[in-house]
Design a protein around this ligand. Structure first.
Ligand code: KIV
Length: 276
């Protein structure tokens, strides 16, 4: 397999081939996901909730992101690695946006960056693209706007809001993004958007008409159970398996079953005699 690039995603849309993405936050999981043949890995700022225990993504910093993007990049050979731009790393100024996108590439070794928002961030997108960094857009239920939305609520259900999201997608395309994440919107609206832009749409809670799909890996494996969004499908109960293994370990240590001889080191009896 060859290394995926932003262009690979754009090609896939032309060829009508679905794009697959998952999130990852560390080396060993990124390696497993990459080896499974995924097209792209997002080091999402969902990190804040599923790894760091915050109630939303707003507390995640550039330092947090760089730390985890670095770890993921070290584990990936083929997938496109996208580094998420955290809250307040691009909203304030074009200078911040380019500088911080550059850090995710230069220090984190990501292949591309993602940021949230539509028309309000198009100047930032243009400037980052001009700096030769591929940008993935993200519209709909953008988690960094949770305080404006008044919670994690599905977007685009009324006509005005739906039109705004369609408009935002077109503006992001004009600004130069190579793909757009559509999160938490009605699936038929996602279908309209997917048809109206030439760049691929990657859905999460946006239904079957998107060009690709992304999930938070800790959600689909039931490793994060604080809440379950409607759009998450469970593919395995790894949380249950892991808990069972921990309980078994505790029981074996308490009862003296582990560590046994097979998991211990031996030494020569003649040396042992001298020590006793
Ligand atoms: O942070 C994240 O994991 C994301 C995905 C949900 C798209 O932005």
């Amino acid at each position: 397999m060859t290394k995926n690039r932003a262009l690979t995603f754009m090609d896939a849309k032309q060829k009508n081939v679905k794009i697959t993405m998952l999130t990852a936050y560390d080396y060993s999981m990124a390696k497993l996901i990459d080896e499974s043949g995924i097209d792209g890995i997002l080091v999402g700022d969902s990190l804040g909730m599923v790894c760091l225990g915050y109630k939303d993504t707003l507390s995640v910093t550039m330092e947090d992101m760089i730390h985890h993007v670095k770890a993921v990049s070290r584990g990936v050979k083929n997938a496109l690695v996208v580094g998420d731009m955290p809250f307040m790393s691009y909203q304030n100024s074009i200078y911040d946006a380019v500088k911080n996108a550059g850090r995710l590439i230069q220090e984190g070794h990501a292949d591309a960056v993602k940021l949230e928002g539509g028309s309000s961030v198009c100047e930032q997108v243009k400037a980052i693209v001009k700096a030769q960094i591929p940008v993935m857009g993200h519209i709909g239920l953008t988690p960094q706007s949770v305080n404006v939305f008044g919670g994690f609520k599905v977007q685009g259900k009324n006509e005005m809001n739906a039109r705004k999201i369609i408009e935002d997608a077109k503006k992001l395309e004009d600004a130069g993004v190579f793909s757009i994440v559509l999160e938490g919107i009605p699936y038929k609206l996602a279908g309209i958007i997917t048809k109206s832009v030439s760049v691929p749409t990657i859905g999460i809670g946006a239904g079957k008409y998107c060009d690709g799909q992304i999930l938070v890996y800790k959600d689909m494996l039931q490793l994060f159970s604080d809440f379950k969004p409607k759009f998450v499908k469970y593919y395995a109960n790894v949380g249950h398996v892991v808990k069972g293994a921990f309980e078994n370990y505790i029981e074996e240590v308490k009862s003296g079953v582990f560590p046994d001889e097979a998991h211990s080191f031996k030494m020569d009896d003649s040396i042992l005699d001298k020590l006793n």
